[in-house]
Design a protein around this ligand. Structure first.
Ligand code: FE2
Ligand code: FE2
Length: 204
């Protein structure tokens, strides 16, 4: 049934309904997601498919851009040299971090969820705790490095002498920080908390 006809039957104002539909369509999808209601296994897959995939796609190009603007603008903007070096360090730290999550902790979380009915644990409590502590610590270190970049980049304000690559690099670094905040929030506050709760309740 056409919307105009449906509105007439229900006694609703057609223009108002149209505006409301448009507003809902423009709302970011993010607002409707209730990550805490997802199973931990589903959330772990989501993190890998969205946030780890983003890192794997974006880290190399961002580093290449950062080094390119060092070559062109490094003399007038020595802060770029530090930014490129810090970003290189983030990439090397991130490799081990993602590996620990994807190869060790996330599979353990999935096993904890599937095995909880029979009360068996895929890994000792202490080992899970140690892995979580290591990952929490690395989140802090990587977060500090990203904030250091933001400080050096003057909150990503674009200087007057910036070329297109300079502007693009700062935009990408800003997007990197935003994605990292969402990613770390999902792990620290939902996935990892869920993992320790599950691990401590099984076998009691
Ligand atoms: Fe992660
Ligand atoms: Fe992480």
């Amino acid at each position: 049934m056409p919307l105009a006809k449906a509105c007439r039957i229900k006694g609703l104002d057609f223009d108002t309904v149209q505006q409301e539909i448009k507003a809902v369509k423009n709302e970011p999808l993010e607002r409707n997601r209730n990550y805490a209601a997802w199973s931990l296994s589903f959330l772990a897959d989501y993190i890998v498919n969205i946030h780890h995939a983003y890192l794997n796609e974006e880290m190399g190009p961002i580093a290449a851009y950062a080094h390119k603007i060092v070559d062109v603008h490094g003399k007038n903007h020595p802060e770029l040299i530090k930014i490129a070096a810090i970003f290189d360090k983030i990439i090397s730290d991130m490799a081990g971090h993602l590996c620990e999550e994807e190869e060790i902790l996330f599979p353990v979380i999935k096993r904890l969820e599937t095995d909880k009915k029979n009360g068996s644990k895929p890994m000792d409590d202490e080992v899970i705790k140690a892995s979580l502590e290591k990952l929490y610590r690395e989140h802090e270190e990587i977060g500090d490095a990203v904030h250091e970049i933001r400080g050096l980049a003057n909150d990503y304000a674009i200087p007057e002498d910036a070329c297109n690559t300079f502007t693009l690099t700062y935009r990408k670094l800003k997007a990197f920080e935003e994605d990292l905040h969402k990613h770390v929030h999902l792990e620290n506050n939902i996935l990892f908390v869920g993992c320790s709760n599950l691990s401590s309740t099984i076998g009691r």
